[in-house]
Design a protein around this ligand. Sequence first.
Ligand SMILES: C[S@@+](CC[C@H](N)C(=O)[O-])C[C@H]1O[C@@H](n2cnc3c(N)ncnc32)[C@H](O)[C@@H]1O
Length: 279
Amino acid sequence: MAPEETAEAESVLQSFERRFLAARTLRYFPWQSLEEKLRDSSGPELLLNILQKPSGDSVTLSESTAIVSHGTTGLVTWDAALYLAEWAIENPAAFAHRTVLELGSGAGLTGLAICKTCCPSTYVFSDCHSCVLEQLRGNILLNGLSLEPDTTDPERHPGHNAHDTESPRVTVAQLDWDVVTAPELAAFRPDVIIAADVLYCPETVISLVRVLQRLSACLKDQQAPEAYIAFTVRSPETCWLFTNELGQVGIPWEAVPHHNQKLFPYEEHSDMAILKLML
Ligand SMILES: C[S@@+](CC[C@H](N)C(=O)[O-])C[C@H]1O[C@@H](n2cnc3c(N)ncnc32)[C@H](O)[C@@H]1O
């Protein structure tokens, strides 16, 4: 390609990439020219990587554009949510026909991906923040799932009725780790617990471990639930605190090996981890 052609190709591709990643509407765009540029595969690697993925079902989310808004970090999707969703999509058996309780669901990406690809019988999204819960309910409905009343209502908990449809029973619970009681946690009757990007300060680590300890007493068919906690390793001290606190309350854990397939556009170089806890 002549240098001026290369520059032109880059500008169309880069302009498309910027708008595509910002989820902007693209009513007017030189589509034909874009298609030609993409065909010669000299485009930005990230964009080509996304466009060449096999496209299956999609998850649609309404999110904030700010990392922190309304006093919470839960209105945007964090990288660990994407990383955990990728792992779940590769490992659906961990969730199939099981009751999943998610702690600190935020915008709901991980749970929606699990509901759409892993056949859980029941999925309980939870969070403590009222704006997050409102956005979460909206995102669930946006994805064509119907919402059932809060499963912590003892008359309605998941074990009571046989569920006769293909799609999971989905509920959203207001669950604050600092105030939730052991009987309230037991009412969820989870087989699997998940959480993404919830280890960001010592206080949250300690209250999360307290909740996990209480959940470890929630036996279902004589079995304690298992838990998968995903996080971006931002500070070794926070990770150490988490694993140390788990040790203190006698919860064994192991690191889940990194998965192969990268489906989502998150920061390539950040250090991600998933710990499997045997509660
Ligand atoms: C960094 S966001 C992660 C959200 C989502 N899991 C993700 O990865 O995109 C942390 C979430 O934990 C929730 N959270 C923080 N402290 C909590 C608590 N004490 N009880 C319940 N949820 C809490 C926040 O409301 C927020 O939604």
